[in-house]
Design a protein around this ligand. Structure first.
Ligand code: DQA
Length: 153
């Protein structure tokens, strides 16, 4: 099962950026842990980050046909990017939205995610562990698919 982990703007600054909110580990460190955790679960994980909305849209589009599941932290774009929301809606793939911080407990402008209604589900507030939980969810979704296949055979 191929899982793409896509991170949006400013997440390349993790470790240096508001560490009291986002933690002290760099994205490279977290990605390494995500890939290792994925391996344990038997998932083939690819990580990508961009600060550009269009690049994120293209990556989500490319996931169709290349990935079985997407784990997406759209960062600030979560709150206003209709383009990213539409890309998520356009691909016939489960997209799991992740936020390091609990967006519901922060400034009001972060409470709403325009991506959430088209995501499979959302994990928010568990720091980097949110990505590991999302991998567990991806694994669960993959297992569900295998069961469907077995039932159809
Ligand atoms: C974030 C929350 C967003 O509101 C913020 O703009 C981010 C990171 C998170 O992971 O907690 O950049 O998506």
């Amino acid at each position: 099962m191929n899982v793409w982990v896509i991170n949006g703007p400013n997440l390349n600054m993790l470790g240096r950026r508001e560490p009291e909110i986002y933690g002290r580990e760099s994205l490279e460190d977290i990605n390494r842990e995500i890939i290792a955790y994925g391996e344990k679960l038997g998932l083939n994980v690819t990580c990508f980050q961009s600060n550009y909305e269009g690049e994120l849209v293209e990556k989500i589009q490319q996931a169709a046909g290349n990935a079985d599941c997407v784990i997406l932290n759209p960062a600030a774009y979560s709150h206003y990017s209709i383009a990213i929301r539409d890309a998520v809606a356009a691909v016939d793939l489960p997209v799991i939205e992740v936020h390091l911080s609990n967006i519901a407990a922060r400034e009001e402008f972060r409470h709403r995610s325009v991506v959430a209604p088209v995501a499979y589900g959302q994990i928010s507030g568990f720091g980097k562990h949110g990505y590991f939980l999302a991998l567990e969810a991806a694994k669960m979704l993959g297992a569900g698919k295998e069961e469907e296949h077995a039932a159809a055979d």
